[in-house]
Write a protein that binds this ligand. Structure first.
Ligand code: NAG
Length: 207
């Protein structure tokens, strides 16, 4: 099956121009037309997207289409990032890409604390330091948040009631422990030897 390539398209265009100017001129100086439209020509499959069947199995495609039966749309500029050309100037973009030529990277849900870039054909958030997660939505607390605390900003823990400190590692006793006792968890004192009671307030008695 023949294909009218770019060269013969240019030739056809030149021939048409020559024909038109020849028709207007009184003294035609013949440019020999290399081929003519075969009005009985048959193209199988049929020429698509407005292409004209000019010879048996040879389509002359309209602008923006190419292929044996003009079946392929041709996008100029080309669709980027694996996009497919639907019709001239219209690309269908793979997930994660947008814009007229699929040139824009879009991360689903956005990147909260990072930048959306294309990595191996896929849109991906690249997080700033101290942030992680698919949307860079999770802060990193290098110190860790213990005792049920949660990391709410880089290096900042939000602690449950009864705990304090950068890593929620300091227990809070609303009444302080006596006699050198140590607050080891919320409102719980660990007493030094010989002391007892909730606040280590009593001396143990050995009878
Ligand atoms: C084109 O094809 C038809 C049948 O499909 C045939 O009859 C005809 O002769 C062909 N024309 C040329 C120029 O080969």
């Amino acid at each position: 099956m023949g294909v009218v390539g770019l060269a013969s398209r240019a030739l056809l265009a030149a021939a048409l121009v020559a024909l038109c100017s020849a028709a207007r001129s009184d003294a035609p100086r013949g440019v020999a037309v290399g081929f003519v439209f075969d009005l009985k020509a048959r193209c199988e499959p049929q020429c698509r997207h407005g292409g004209i069947c000019i010879r048996n199995d040879t389509c002359f495609c309209s602008k923006g289409y190419e292929g044996e039966s003009c079946q392929f749309a041709h996008c100029q500029p080309r669709c980027k990032n694996g996009g497919t050309c639907l019709r001239p100037g219209k690309c269908r973009c793979p997930p994660g890409f947008g814009g007229r030529f699929c040139q824009k990277v879009t991360c689903d849900g956005g990147c909260w604390n990072g930048e959306c870039i294309a990595v191996n054909g896929a849109a991906k958030c690249i997080c700033s330091s101290s942030w992680t997660g698919s949307k860079c939505q999770e802060a990193i607390c290098p110190q860790g948040c213990t005792n049920g605390g949660s990391c709410v900003a880089p290096g900042v823990c939000s602690c449950p009631e009864g705990w304090l400190g950068g890593a929620c590692h300091v227990a809070v006793c609303t009444k302080s422990c006596w006699n050198g006792g140590k607050c080891i968890s919320p409102d719980k004192c660990r007493c030094r030897p010989r002391f007892t009671g909730p606040l280590c307030e009593r001396v143990m008695r050995y009878d």
